[in-house]
Design a protein around this ligand. Structure first.
Ligand code: UT7
Length: 328
């Protein structure tokens, strides 16, 4: 491989301290720890206090990533999120300013749970095109508050958190080089996983209460998530010329342990190589891949496959050989 690559130079993660267990939710909702753990693998999730917004979590994770990479300036900040502080302006410029990134371009990347992988791809593009030398890619969400507390089909699934990566310009053959990427979308299925209010389609004072919350056709989303993550992962493997035995760790979007197990099984990746941390955090949407990378205890030299699926629908995958970095 020739040319200029984006290389992972640092990783930072942050989850708010408040833990909400399944039993906590079951106290006010017709559900149980047994149902949630059996169907999803989720045992607890982190929840941001009401005075914290997505930029607060993103700034903390971003600061940690910069420290991990040993840099204090980047050329661009890409914030992957489904739950920006406001519909206008984007949240990334505020994060950049709070991090002291005075010369950085900054914008949000909105691809729901695939946002972090899309952010990595966009960051890679900026670096490959020579537009940036360093890019800070963040995935951050305060998504728990977008769940209807009366809807047991969604409120038990999601949690808050943030993770961030610093990408730097480098060579395609060095550890940490990202790629290739497989990205895709299918907007015909947008209605299966959505928050209806707050955009230009449904705005104003007379909107029904439920429209402000996330709603989901769980079974259909499940089915598509497995199919898309398997096919997308396979694309990346084929383009790299990696066999399944070359994958040391599969780090997928953490929505449901059963989804990740099914993806691993269909690809042929043994269960012990599939990292699953959804039990601790629930589905943190754009934050889930960096949070999972943060506690996967990856060793330098391991070949890591990333894959994600989310509302839109959107999906994306990439791979890298894990570099020598200290996750903070
Ligand atoms: O990040 C974006 C991607 N999101 C996802 O990937 C989520 C994908 N979907 C899923 O993970 C699963 O479909 C769920 C976890 C949402 C649901 O699991 P399931 O095994 O597909 O259950 P189900 O929807 O088929 O529901 C089975 C039963 C239903 O009752 P009936 O109709 O069989 O009487 C539900 O009403 O479980 C009931 N149920 C619950 N029961 C207790 C649904 N939610 C709950 C709950 N507690 N929290």
């Amino acid at each position: 491989m020739t040319g200029r690559a984006a290389v992972l130079a640092g990783l930072g993660v942050y989850a708010p301290p408040k833990v909400v267990t399944n039993d906590d939710l079951a106290a006010d909702l017709d559900t149980s720890d047994e149902w949630i753990t059996t169907r999803t693998g989720i045992r607890e999730r982190r929840v941001a206090d009401a005075d914290l917004a997505t930029t607060d979590l993103a700034t903390e994770a971003g600061a940690r990533a910069l420290k991990s990479a040993g840099v204090d300036q980047v050329d661009a900040v890409l914030l992957g999120t489904t739950t920006p502080d406001r519909i206008c302006p984007a949240s990334a410029p505020e994060v950049a300013t709070r991090l002291g990134l005075t010369h950085a371009a900054a914008c949000d990347v909105s691809a729901a749970c695939t946002s972090f992988v899309y952010g990595l791809a966009n960051g890679t593009g900026l670096i490959a095109a020579g537009i940036a030398e360093r890019v800070l890619v963040i995935g951050a969400e305060t998504i728990f508050r977008f769940m209807d507390p009366q809807d047991r089909t969604t409120s038990v699934l999601f949690g808050d958190g943030a993770g961030a990566a610093v990408l730097r310009a480098g060579r395609p053959d060095e550890p940490g080089a990202l790629g290739p990427f497989d990205l895709g979308s299918d907007g015909s299925l947008a209605d299966m996983l959505a928050v209806d209010a707050g955009g230009s389609r449904l705005w104003g004072p007379d909107i029904p209460r439920e429209a402000h919350f996330l709603r989901m056709d769980g079974r259909e989303v499940y089915r598509h998530a497995v199919q898309r993550m398997v096919a997308s992962s396979q694309q990346v493997l084929d383009r790299l010329g990696w066999g399944i035995e070359d994958v040391d760790r599969l780090v997928g979007h953490q929505a449901n342990a059963r989804i990740l197990e099914a993806v691993g099984q269909r690809l042929g990746v043994p269960a012990e190589r599939c990292h699953i941390n959804v039990g601790r955090y629930g589905n943190t949407s754009a934050a889930s891949i960096p949070l999972a990378l943060g506690d996967a205890e990856l060793a330098a030299g391991q070949r890591v496959l990333l894959t994600a699926f989310g509302a839109g629908f959107t999906w994306g995958s990439t791979a890298l050989v894990w570099p020598h970095i200290d996750v903070i």
